[in-house]
Write a protein that binds this ligand. Structure first.
Ligand SMILES: [Fe+2]
Ligand SMILES: [Fe+2]
Length: 323
C-alpha cells in the first residue's frame, strides 16, 4: 500500500472521495459516542426476545462476536488515523470511542449470558480464530475486512431499528442496548469505508472494487456459516437440536422476522461499482432509535422509578477510560 503521510490541504480533504465514486458520507454527519451503560441489565429470561428461542439465540450469537470483533475494528482503523484528512481523523476517533463502549457493554451482556448457564466458549474461540487469521495479513487487509463487516453490521442495524418486530416483547433493557448499538453502527458506517477510499485513492477503480468485493464474498459466507453454527450451539443448550433447530433457524432467518432475507438486497448493493455506505441515507433511523430510547427513560422517570446510576455517571470520565 502506498505511503500517504502527507497532510492534505482543505481543498484536498473536501475531495477525498475519488471521482469515480459519486456518493460520500454526509458533510454534516456528526458521530458522537453516547456512553450508555447496561452492566446491571441482567438477562431475566434465557429467551429474552419475546420468548423466542431462535431470535434470542441469533442476537446472543451476534453479541458474542462483538467484544473481540470491535477491538479488532479499533486496531484496524487506529493504524490509519494519522494518514487521513482531519475530518476523517475526527470521525475515526469517534468511531473508536463508540466501538470501545460497544465492546464493553457486550462483554457485560455476554457475562449475563453465562449467568443464564450458556457456555459461549466455543463461539468465542470461533471469533478469535477468524480475527487472529486476519491479523496475520497485511494492514490493508485489516481495513478491508473491517469495512466489509461494518457494512454487514450497519445493514443489520438498520433492519432491527426499521422493523420493530425484531424486539417486540423483548426484555426492555436488552432492547435498549441493541437499539443504542444499532443507531451508532449506522452513524459510523462510512468511517472504515472512507478510510479505505482515502488510502487507496491512487489505486485503479477496478483493483479497489475487486479487492473489496472478493473480501466481502468471503466474509459474508464465513459470517453466515459461523453465526449459524453459533446459533445452533446455543439452541442445543436451550434444548432444541436436530431438524427442529435447522428448520426453526431457517424459518426465522428467511421467512419469519427474516433478518437474513431482509438484508440480502442491501448486502448485494455493496458489490456495485462506486458503492458507498451512505448511498442509503438512513439517518432518520438513528433519530428513531434515540427517540424510542429517550421515551423509555422518561417513562421510567415519570413512573417514579430511580434513574439508573449508569445514566448519570460522568460521561467524560468513562469515555476517557475506553479511548
Ligand atoms: Fe459496534
Ligand atoms: Fe461498527
Amino acid at each position: 500500500m502506498p505511503d500517504m503521510d502527507i497532510a492534505p490541504t482543505a481543498a484536498q480533504a473536501a475531495t477525498e472521495i475519488p471521482a469515480y465514486n459519486q456518493s460520500a458520507t454526509p458533510a454534516d454527519l456528526l458521530i458522537r459516542p453516547r456512553n450508555r451503560n447496561f452492566a446491571s441489565a441482567v438477562i431475566d429470561r434465557r429467551r429474552w426476545v419475546d420468548g423466542d428461542p431462535f431470535a434470542s439465540a441469533f442476537f446472543n450469537a451476534l453479541s458474542v462476536t462483538f467484544p473481540e470483533g470491535e477491538i479488532f475494528f479499533i486496531d484496524s482503523l487506529k493504524k490509519f488515523r494519522k494518514r487521513v484528512p482531519p475530518k476523517l481523523q475526527r470521525e475515526i476517533r469517534a468511531f473508536i470511542q463508540q466501538e470501545a463502549i460497544h465492546s464493553r457493554e457486550h462483554h457485560c451482556f455476554n457475562e449475563h449470558l453465562k449467568d443464564c448457564d450458556f457456555d459461549i466458549s466455543r463461539l468465542e474461540q470461533a471469533i478469535s480464530g477468524v480475527v487472529n487469521r486476519i491479523r496475520t495479513m497485511p494492514e490493508h487487509a485489516h481495513l478491508v475486512a473491517t469495512l466489509c463487516i461494518e457494512h454487514i453490521t450497519a445493514i443489520l442495524a438498520a433492519e432491527v431499528i426499521a422493523n420493530p418486530k425484531h424486539f417486540e416483547n423483548a426484555d426492555e433493557q436488552q432492547r435498549k442496548l441493541w437499539l443504542w448499538h444499532a443507531s451508532e453502527e449506522i452513524e459510523h458506517k462510512g468511517v472504515a469505508y472512507d478510510t479505505w477510499l482515502h488510502m487507496t485513492k491512487d489505486w485503479s477503480p477496478f483493483k479497489c472494487w475487486f479487492i473489496r468485493c472478493s473480501f466481502m464474498a468471503k466474509i459474508a459466507f464465513g459470517f453466515t456459516k459461523n453465526r449459524a453454527r453459533g446459533v445452533l450451539d446455543l439452541l442445543r443448550q436451550d434444548g432444541i437440536s436436530g431438524p427442529r433447530a435447522w428448520l426453526g433457524l431457517a424459518h426465522y432467518a428467511f421467512l419469519g422476522k427474516a433478518p437474513f432475507r431482509r438484508t440480502l438486497w442491501p448486502l448485494l448493493q455493496f458489490f456495485k461499482p462506486g458503492f458507498h455506505p451512505w448511498d442509503i441515507d438512513d439517518r432518520a433511523l438513528i433519530r428513531l432509535a434515540e427517540s424510542e430510547y429517550e421515551a423509555a427513560i422518561m417513562a421510567e422517570v415519570d413512573a417514579g422509578s430511580e434513574r439508573p446510576d449508569s445514566l448519570v455517571l460522568d460521561k467524560t470520565e468513562r469515555i476517557k477510560k475506553v479511548a
